[in-house]
Write a protein that binds this ligand. Structure first.
Ligand SMILES: Nc1ncnc2c1ncn2[C@@H]1O[C@H](COP(=O)(O)OP(=O)(O)OP(=O)(O)O)[C@@H](O)[C@H]1O
Ligand SMILES: [Mg+2]
Length: 207
């Protein structure tokens, strides 16, 4: 029996409800309908994205990454277990063990061909057990692309301080199957970004 549905978050594409099924605290992620898209296409897109999100969570879980337990998937809805605690955005000091586990989780995801797509503190939850739980696979994909893996790392880097990232990347490098290549690509992407910013600044100066 489903009891006490309570909306806890409203994202760009999905609403998150907290509920209680037979005494177990659950989360429902419901991808909203888009009235400005033809209804058949909308239904197809919601179903595809929901399936892809659930598939990534399933792969992540079987590769040993701590993600919410998948309970039930239907059209635009994913029912999952409730992760303990709060997102790292709402957390104070992040300890070294947690930072190391975060790097390791991302390496495991990448080794198994899952790109998270939004790997930031907002999508990592931490509770009393000290085991970070990776959530929100809404932008994830299944790919072996070095560039996409490096972009996941870049998002994490931007989300953490330099000293925090140093700890996460060292465990990422330890556990990644091809960390050297991905870290090299990360540097290249950052260089490209700096070059583009410099070109924009020079053009603005010329105006
Ligand atoms: N399994 C879960 N357990 C506990 N809280 C959760 C869980 N899933 C989501 N939440 C809460 O809901 C918030 C939003 O969830 P999520 O990040 O999946 O969606 P979103 O960013 O709004 O979605 P999207 O980017 O796909 O539109 C999270 O920041 C977290 O506080
Ligand atoms: Mg999110």
């Amino acid at each position: 029996m489903v009891r006490g549905m309570r909306k806890i978050s409203e994202g760009a594409e999905a609403d998150i409800f907290e509920s209680d099924i037979f005494g177990i605290r659950c989360i429902l992620k419901y991808r909203r309908r888009k009235p400005y898209i033809a209804s058949e296409l909308d239904e197809w897109l919601r179903r595809q994205r929901t399936r892809s999100e659930a598939r990534s969570m399933g792969i992540a879980s079987s590769s040993g990454v701590n993600v919410p337990k998948l309970l039930f998937v239907n059209k635009g809805s994913i029912w999952m277990g409730r992760a303990d605690g709060v997102t790292l955005n709402e957390y104070g000091h992040i300890g070294n063990t947690v930072l190391s586990k975060i790097g390791s989780s991302l390496a495991k995801l990448h080794n198994t061909g899952v790109i998270h797509g939004d790997f930031t503190k907002a999508n990592i939850m931490l509770g009393r057990d000290g085991n970070p739980c990776i959530i929100d696979f809404g932008l994830s994909s299944q790919s072996t692309s070095i560039e996409e893996k490096a972009l996941d790392l870049l998002l994490l880097k931007r989300s953490l301080s330099n000293s925090e990232f140093a700890i996460s990347i060292s465990s990422y490098m330890r556990d990644s199957d091809n960390g050297d290549e991905i870290a090299k690509r990360l540097k290249e992407i950052e260089m490209r970004g700096r070059y583009q910013n410099r070109s924009i600044a020079m053009k603005e100066e010329q105006v």
